[in-house]
Design a protein around this ligand. Structure first.
Ligand code: HEC
Ligand code: HEC
Ligand code: HEC
Ligand code: HEC
Ligand code: HEC
Ligand code: HEC
Ligand code: HEC
Length: 470
């Protein structure tokens, strides 16, 4: 807890109550150093791999077969669960094992069930930490390299919702600090959406990074979120985030901008009596409604038990009559922007990149190919589409343009290397792959591609990667 207090030390002298109670919330403790929080030793198997999680007396450790690591950070306050991060060299990776608080058990981290391989090599990208940490320090252009102090502010800080407070601290006025409640509705909602609206794809505007958003902006100043397109029947669509679900409720449709996340949630404290407090919020609008049973949320916002750490809301935010059927079908393949960008070119770019990210390459191609001035992200996506379509010459042209625009991006360099290889230009492929490796020594795919470029030295390249890990 002292870490969270320290993060808000500048606010402490004047807003002590806020700082103290916020430090106890899930958001205030969203990332921590692993301590003795979970001491259960447990073993398990996945395919032919055996895993163990245990407390060494000083650290939380995980092992898969013969490989063991001490964990460096815990992501998640533990309300629902915790995932663990480890640092290898200057790169961050996610452990394949997570703690599930409600089951009180260790198990595979979300997504690893589908993964054939159980290892410690899933990269922790900047967008993961942009939602879970107050502040992180990714090396731009790399997949998962970070500065010496990778997570300078582990818990979500006051500034993530209130903006830069330097001037306010020196000369405290209401006018020189952002209060989300006073913002226009779009900017207000964006404060929570920056983290609570994962969507099917999130697409950065040209030249922006995940850390560019500031409270007071509309989300779309920095990035756009793409969500499954609603079908005629809102129950036929699987919406996972709180924001998407709330938008489908009659309460939200009927109240418009009046209703938002902080109508029901005080972000600065854990509710002492969540049900009672929520009931009072409901009755704030439904004054005429006599209590017809237990707490309102028991029947109108039931908890779903199906999800297991995969970022699905536990409490159904589609506030509705209990009789309404709860058919959750597969996610729709059709995407739409959560909020539409004003300019047609930017709209096509965003949606096209969202489809490319979701693997819908035909849709992506149709939207992206007509763009007048494609930026590096678009060139990269086009290159990959051409590569998949076995048109290596076009792939090389697009990817070379992407690399030229952004020479320090390791993954784009590697994509170019793959295109050169497909085009039969092994020497150039080798040069680009080596460049990618120099930018990011733990980029696993670079070693795999080198093994393809130099089949006779395949063993060497695999060994080389193993060496770098140690
Ligand atoms: C030196 C004392 C001081 C410090 C330090 C300080 N504040 Fe304030 N803050 C105030 C005062 C006083 C007000 C109320 C001003 C008023 O009512 O006119 C205020 C008001 C606010 C408001 C309400 C604005 C509104 O529109 O209602 C927010 C939000 C806020 N502070 C956040 C912060 C955060 C976050 C920090 C730390 C990064 C911080 N403050 C540090 C003194 C301080
Ligand atoms: C910087 C990212 C970020 C922002 C901004 C953010 N949240 Fe969160 N929020 C999270 C994360 C991460 C968690 C999960 C915390 C944990 O590990 O339990 C969370 C948890 C919560 C919870 C569950 C209770 C708790 O404290 O854990 C509520 C309620 C919540 N957020 C509401 C809001 C509201 C309302 C806003 C906007 C005013 C907001 N959040 C803005 C990231 C964020
Ligand atoms: C778009 C923002 C976003 C991204 C990206 C994201 N998360 Fe989350 N995560 C959240 C929010 C918000 C919550 C809490 C509420 C919820 O489940 O929606 C959460 C919940 C969690 C929880 C459960 C926390 C608890 O205390 O119960 C874990 C563990 C977690 N995330 C791990 C991760 C990891 C690891 C990554 C990256 C590899 C990641 N998340 C990527 C926003 C995000
Ligand atoms: C997850 C987002 C979030 C975080 C983090 C957050 N706040 Fe707030 N804060 C809000 C929102 C939203 C409001 C407006 C609440 C309302 O009035 O509905 C607010 C209001 C305030 C106010 C004005 C209260 C009033 O009665 O007018 C102060 C002071 C404040 N916050 C201080 C802090 C401090 C200090 C921290 C860090 C310890 C902090 N906040 C962290 C979202 C946040
Ligand atoms: C900001 C005001 C507001 C708040 C807060 C609010 N509601 Fe509503 N709610 C509305 C409005 C407006 C409607 C739509 C009325 C209509 O369409 O006739 C509505 C509709 C409903 C309906 C009918 C849904 C349907 O499918 O017909 C239920 C049930 C409901 N609310 C329950 C709740 C519960 C439970 C809470 C608290 C968790 C709550 N509301 C909080 C404004 C609100
Ligand atoms: C009408 C009231 C209401 C509104 C509006 C609302 N919530 Fe909730 N929320 C609840 C209730 C009730 C719970 C369950 C009890 C609790 O955790 O306080 C909950 C729980 C949560 C949780 C904990 C995880 C879970 O799913 O149980 C998160 C995170 C959260 N809400 C985020 C949000 C965000 C983000 C918004 C805005 C998009 C929002 N909520 C809007 C009532 C509301
Ligand atoms: C035991 C379950 C239960 C509880 C608890 C409950 N409701 Fe309901 N509520 C229902 C059912 C069932 C209906 C649908 C009745 C119908 O379709 O005619 C309903 C309908 C509604 C409606 C829409 C119908 C109308 O009156 O316009 C609102 C609004 C509503 N409830 C609000 C609330 C509020 C506010 C609370 C808490 C004070 C609450 N409910 C508690 C089961 C419950």
């Amino acid at each position: 807890m002292w870490i969270a207090l320290l993060a808000a030390a500048t606010c402490l002298p004047c807003h002590e109550e806020f700082v103290r109670s916020y430090a106890k919330t899930g958001m205030g403790r969203s990332i921590t150093k692993p301590t003795a929080e979970v001491q259960l030793r447990q073993e398990g198997a996945h395919g032919s791999a055996r895993w163990v999680a245990w407390w060494t007396g000083r650290e939380i450790a995980h092992s898969v077969n013969d490989e063991a690591h001490a964990m460096d950070w815990a992501v998640g306050s533990g309300r629902e669960g915790k995932s663990y991060l480890l640092r290898l060299g200057d790169a961050l990776f996610q452990s394949p094992l997570s703690w599930y608080a409600r089951r009180r058990a260790w198990d595979l981290s979300p997504g690893f069930n589908r993964d054939r391989r159980l290892n410690f090599l899933r990269p922790v990208t900047a967008d993961c930490l942009s939602c879970h940490a107050g502040e992180s320090a990714p090396v731009l252009g790399t997949q998962n390299r970070y500065a010496d102090n990778p997570i300078p502010a582990p818990g979500i800080t006051c500034e993530r919702c209130h903006g830069d407070a330097t001037i306010h601290v020196k000369n405290p006025l209401r006018a020189n600090i952002v209060n989300p409640r006073r913002l226009p509705a779009v900017a207000r909602d964006s404060v929570c959406e920056q983290c609570h609206l994962g969507g099917s794809a999130r697409v950065l505007n040209p030249g922006k990074t995940w850390s560019d958003f500031r409270p007071g902006m509309a989300l779309e100043t920095v990035f756009s979120v793409y969500v499954p397109k609603a079908s005629a029947d809102p129950n036929r669509i699987k919406v996972v985030s709180h924001s998407e679900q709330l938008a489908l409720s009659r309460c939200k449709i009927g109240s418009g901008d009046k209703l938002w996340c902080a109508t029901c949630h005080d972000p600065h404290r854990e509710p002492e009596d969540a049900f009672g407090e929520q009931q009072a919020k409901c009755q704030g609008c439904h004054q005429g409604t006599k209590p017809h049973g237990d707490a309102c949320t028991t029947c109108h916002m039931p908890r779903t038990e199906s999800s297991d750490g995969g970022h699905t809301a536990f409490t159904d935010h589609r506030i509705r009559r209990p009789g309404v059927p709860k058919v959750l079908l597969e996610r729709s393949d059709e995407l739409r922007a959560w909020r539409q960008l004003p300019e047609a070119g930017a709209r096509a770019r965003g949606l096209g990149l969202a489809y490319a990210g979701a693997g819908k390459l035909d849709r992506a191609f149709d939207l992206l190919r007509g763009l007048a001035s494609p930026d590096a992200a678009v060139q990269d996506a086009m290159g990959l589409i051409y590569l998949r379509a076995e048109r290596p010459a076009l792939a090389v042209a697009a990817l070379a343009a992407a690399v030229k625009a952004d020479p320090r991006n390791s993954v784009r360099r590697l994509n170019l290397a793959a295109a050169y290889l497909a085009a039969g230009e092994a020497e150039k492929a080798r040069a680009e792959a080596m460049e990618a490796m120099a930018l990011e020594p733990l980029l696993e795919d670079a070693y795999a591609l080198m093994a393809e470029i130099e089949p006779r030295r395949a063993e060497y390249w695999r060994g080389e990667f193993g060496k770098r890990l140690r």
